[in-house]
Design a protein around this ligand. Structure first.
Ligand SMILES: *Cc1c(COP(=O)(O)O)cnc(C)c1O
Length: 302
């Protein structure tokens, strides 16, 4: 992405997690710290937005319109990337206009994003939504969370930042599944991709992932649905304690929506011998910590 490229750093992007119990089981765990790439266009969002924004610039698009929640990593990344690219950005939020904008939405506005609040009934009505979108000339719509074939294509790059051939398992958080598809498309045949869904019982994922994989249906992936902690953006004190411990031990910040659940899942899976001895795990830290801004202050150590 033009302009943004020079703001990206690849320093210390691979982190080994030292753990004597894992050593005794012969399990190696490395983390690909995509959260370190950029302060705002964090993690997988950088890769998902790359192609849509490049295409927008090439085809004379003026305004990118998308949607997200009150603490959306996708919205703030889009706002920043559009700002850097000289594009207008509009964020549609499926909610009442709040009395006070969340910190995330305030930052979106500061980055030049126009916010529109639509009640679910209006948002979910395709015609009403389309009408709203069409009031913007030369616009490009990006689905919630950046779900798209282009987004997945961009995510293929994640596995070429460092040499990833030696890993037997690649693990990622899953929202829309776009990142997981990119990993499946880029992985070697001997590698298994494991996706940890942050949502409760979102079994429709299997089909939305297959749709993005198009004809490449042989990509080996496994979705785990039992680490959602009650649902999207839901958390427990056990999760918070775990995230704080992870930070103290490894200086690894995670979020309550996605990555905290992924690391919790990995620890549980290793403890219950899910991975055979000599497995080499690469956990893709998918970035964005916006969800943590919804917590009371001092909940987290970072
Ligand atoms: C958006 C996001 C995800 C979800 O990615 P998908 O490609 O939609 O599955 C995972 N982790 C973090 C930190 C995110 O911000």
């Amino acid at each position: 992405m033009i302009k943004l490229e020079n703001e990206i750093t690849y320093q210390h992007i691979l982190q080994h997690l030292t753990n004597s119990e894992w050593d005794s089981k012969n399990i190696n765990v490395d983390v690909l710290r995509l959260d370190k790439l950029h302060a705002v266009v964090s993690g997988n969002k950088l890769f998902k937005l790359k192609l849509p924004i490049d295409k927008a610039l090439q085809t004379g698009v003026q305004t990118i319109i998308t949607t997200g929640g009150l603490y959306s990593n996708h919205l703030i990344a889009t706002a920043y990337a559009c700002n850097a690219a000289g594009l207008n950005s509009v964020g549609i939020i499926k909610a009442h206009h709040p009395i006070k904008l969340t910190a995330t939405l305030q930052d979106c506005v500061a980055l030049g994003m126009e916010l529109i609040f639509m009640l679910p009934a209006a948002f979910n009505d395709a015609e009403t939504l389309q009408e709203k979108i069409s009031t913007y000339n030369n616009n490009l719509w990006i689905d919630m969370g950046g779900y798209s074939v282009d987004g997945a294509q961009g995510c293929k790059e994640i596995l070429s930042i460092v040499d990833t051939k030696k890993y037997t398992h690649i693990v990622t958080a899953v929202g829309t599944g776009t990142t997981l598809v990119g990993l499946c498309l880029a992985a070697a045949l001997h590698q298994k991709i494991i996706g940890i869904s942050g949502m409760k019982g979102n079994y429709a994922l299997q089909d939305s992932i297959k749709a993005l994989l198009e004809n490449n249906i042989h990509a080996p992936f496994n979705l785990l649905h039992n680490f959602h902690f009650g649902g999207f953006a839901k958390y427990s004190t056990a999760l918070i304690d775990f995230m704080n411990t992870l930070y103290k031990q490894h200086q690894l910040p995670t979020d309550i929506v996605y990555t905290g659940k992924v690391f919790y899942a990995i620890c549980t899976l290793i403890n219950t011998d899910y991975f055979p001895a000599h497995s080499k795990l690469l956990i893709v830290h998918t970035g964005g910590l916006q969800g943590n801004r919804s917590l009371p202050t001092n909940t987290l150590l970072f």
